[in-house]
Design a protein around this ligand. Sequence first.
Ligand code: ZN
Length: 493
Amino acid sequence: MLLGVSRDIMIVPFSRYRFNERRICGVLNTIVTALILFYTLSLTQPLPNLDDVLAQRLAAVPSGSPSYFREVGRSADDISAIIYAEVVDRATDLPYPGVIDWIIGINQNGTWRVFLPGDAGYTDAQNDLTPNVLLAADSSPYKPFADPTYYPDTPYHLPFEDGAYGTVVRSYNRHGAGAIDLDLNGGAITAAKDGVIIYAGDIYDLNAYSTGAWWYWNVIIILHAPFEYSLYGHIEAGSIPDWIKAGCTDDLSAPNCYVPVRAGDVIAVEGNSGYSRAPHLHVEFGQAYAIAAYMDTADYDRDGIRIEPIYSAFVYREQNVAISGYSAGEVADWRRGKLVQAVHDPLPANNRTVIGNGDFTGGTASWTPSGWINWQVSSGVMRATRLISSEQPDWGGFFQPLSGGVWANTTFDINVRLGNDSGINKTVRIGLVNGADGVWEQIEIPAFAPLQPHNFALTVPDSWAEPRLMITVNPADSSPAALIDDISVIQRP
Ligand SMILES: [Zn+2]
């Protein structure tokens, strides 16, 4: 342990000690001085420093490797280091654009060890980084930034099937600009926006998590507009559908597809290929893409050859984009564990009500009772009362599914006439609900109140695939009757 401490650090406590207490502790001072001399003399062979070990390790990269690393900066302390490195194409001596790998240095008992991505033990070495080095870790200054003049003018859909849920693992703020990890529970991946698939590969079935080879390996890249690309990574081997593969070649060293797709088309299945801790979808939004060659040291393509270059693609100049009604800033803030639901067919904002039979001229048609409700339509007016019961559920009401999904932050203007045909004050709640989620307006109706118009707005906070309009009546008194009529629900543009 003591050998691991540099001479500089040994001198600091010694000096402080002597400065504070030299009159009292002259003897101890002498002992400490002797110890310092002993350790100084014992370091007859100075241990190699980080730079020496790094240079040795970089020099050991085989000359047949299609690329090599070039340091551009580092975050380091005496115990650990992150060396930021460009990946340079050996054929051209040019770095792959937008790629900064982390080389990890760990000082174990005075001996520096250096781990390149792809080395055994790389991921474990990352776990040994000291907290202050990890906190300072930031490759972004070395990467090209997105050009803000090319911000996409239409938003993206969540990249999985209509109505399906994904769990946020890391969003922009945790993963870096334009990159999101989503757990789809083994589900299908869909195109996030209309576009053309220009690159697609699903031949790799190896996971590279332990070795830190940062590739997603199996990727699809879609071109949406000039300077606008999305990437879907880690996808399951062999999961790209035949109709897409029919428009692609097997040559992953170049753009290999031209396949138009629509938002919501299934393009692959979530997988665990490449640098992935567990099955998930890595989706990324960028303004450019490139293809890089890597040494196939682990035979990722399973052709038995480990001294060949293999290829995968990536996007760069990443930017945070808006998705399914969430602003780019809201997506950036998504917490780990947040459930998000994909909606590919949102209701149109066409100034028409999205509710059928809102005036009850069709009786209870289009409406479904729920809970402890006594309901009937007479003279075109709904009369509803919550029945007394101690059993679940603890509501009485009725609902109607809207005729399509809604994206986050959609506001609906709701108009309704409410009255009360009883001597007991009634509470009517009108809400938009989706599963366990809901936004509600609560209205108190005095005893014997005639039908009166009520107008309010409800804003749906999240992307909801199966929204319903729900109306409940309280208290549970079996006393006739709340009066409800002329409901309209109009999406605000
Ligand atoms: Zn990711």
